[in-house]
Design a protein around this ligand. Structure first.
Ligand SMILES: NC(=O)C1=CN([C@@H]2O[C@H](COP(=O)(O)OP(=O)(O)OC[C@H]3O[C@@H](n4cnc5c(N)ncnc54)[C@H](O)[C@@H]3O)[C@@H](O)[C@H]2O)C=CC1
Ligand SMILES: CC(=O)C(=O)O
Ligand SMILES: [K+]
Ligand SMILES: [Mn+2]
Length: 352
């Protein structure tokens, strides 16, 4: 029996609704498989935890998480309780950084039965490789003066190591796909970091002569995501550009509620973390209508990560069969609840 130890952190808002749903699905996956067991341990780290303890997680929080095989997180953020930059940096971004989850991979594709907001979208299937440890997500800078003379300085951090690492990851991924990598840049407007980004991209691409490349400014790239998403395969982007592009990727799929993501530790020193693209969705908390597919598809990425690709494919096929049959939550045009979609996925999995 293969036993996988998973730390679950539902976090805030609908994270508390979709993580339990996806955990139930994983339990069904384990039943179907027979030789695979998941051992879940739940951690209450959240904005409510902050109010009680003055921090998003205990001082030894990372110590408690580090020996798990992976972390399965929902979302972090409740601005009614804690400012976002405090809660996200105290939990989500802290784990990404301290556990050296330097790559964030986020696929987007046409899902059967889910109406894209694009009129007659061509069949797209792309994946964004987002640098996940530095870039524009930075705590370097400061604020001086108050009022009229106030100044805020925010520095972006682009190391050769980090930039190259994300790009190599993208090229490796592309070699098993359509052998094309697009670089998201903005070297016409950002004076230092983006010309540097372009140079590193050029250098790295020399090591992959069988992979074709192109480079697009992020503004144009955003427009192409809407007009011709089918033209893309692997896109490598900085932390913020990747963040924005993947909500856009989710948008053209039909909803941010179905988009999955994986924060990958590439050196094997710490667990990777699996959490969907979306946030805590404060506008729909407690209504029972959060789309669980983003979190469940994220569970599929976790299965892939553990070498269970066959099972991962079964799970994605089951997800897509339910959307195909229009068992949909309201965000993608249906009337079904989180519970109903989850139950349907579990039922179909068990029938496999
Ligand atoms: N990785 C994380 O933990 C993230 C956390 N956040 C945090 O979440 C909070 C809300 O952020 P927003 O910018 O509003 O982004 P959001 O992704 O939470 O919500 C944007 C819109 O998408 C909808 N939506 C999101 N997930 C959905 C789902 N599963 N099913 C149906 N509809 C869904 C929401 O109802 C809302 O209308 C903030 O505190 C923010 O900082 C935001 C993004 C990522
Ligand atoms: C915070 C956020 O939206 C992200 O890192 O994806
Ligand atoms: K999330
Ligand atoms: Mn985001």
């Amino acid at each position: 029996m293969k036993n996988i130890k998973i730390a679950t952190i539902p976090g805030d808002g609908i994270g508390k609704e979709v993580v339990p749903a996806a955990t139930e699905v994983l339990k069904a996956v384990s039943e179907v498989h027979g030789g695979l067991a998941f051992d879940f341990t739940d951690f209450p780290y959240s904005c409510e935890y902050y109010l009680e303890h003055g921090d998003m997680m205990p001082e030894d929080g990372l110590e408690r998480l580090k020996d798990f095989d992976s972390i399965f997180l929902g979302a972090v953020g409740n601005v009614n309780l804690v400012p976002d930059h405090i809660s996200l940096w105290g939990l989500l971004i802290k784990i990404r950084r301290e556990f050296e989850q330097v790559i964030n991979i986020r696929p987007a594709k046409v899902m059967s039965g889910v109406q894209s907001p694009l009129v007659n979208p061509n069949d797209f299937d792309l994946i964004v490789v987002r640098e996940n440890s530095e870039g524009e997500y930075s705590s370097v800078g400061g604020r001086i003066y108050r009022g009229e003379d106030e100044i805020a300085i925010q520095n972006g951090i682009f190391s050769r190591k980090g930039t190259e690492r994300a790009m190599r990851f993208a090229f490796e991924l592309a070699s098993n796909r359509k052998k094309h990598v697009t670089s998201a840049t903005k070297s016409n407007g950002i004076y230092h970091s983006m010309p540097f980004w372009d140079e590193v991209f050029k250098d790295v691409s020399k090591d992959y002569p069988d992979i074709t490349t192109d480079s697009q400014h992020i503004d144009a790239l955003a427009a192409f995501f809407v007009t011709h998403p089918e033209k893309f395969d692997v896109i490598v982007a900085s932390n913020l550009f990747g963040d924005i592009l993947t909500d856009l990727g989710a948008g053209i799929m039909g909803s941010v509620g179905i988009a999955p993501a994986a924060n990958i530790n590439v050196n094997g020193k710490y667990p990777s973390m699996f959490e969907p693209v979306h946030g805590s969705a404060p506008d729909i908390i407690g209504k029972g209508i959060a789309n669980p597919i983003g979190q469940i598809w994220t569970a599929k990425m976790m299965l892939d990560h553990f070498g269970e690709e066959e099972l991962g494919t079964v799970l994605l096929d089951v997800i897509e069969s339910t959307t195909h049959d229009r068992i949909l939550t309201p965000d993608i045009g249906g009337k079904h609840t989180t519970r109903e979609v989850t139950d349907e996925i579990i039922k179909r999995l068990k029938a496999k």
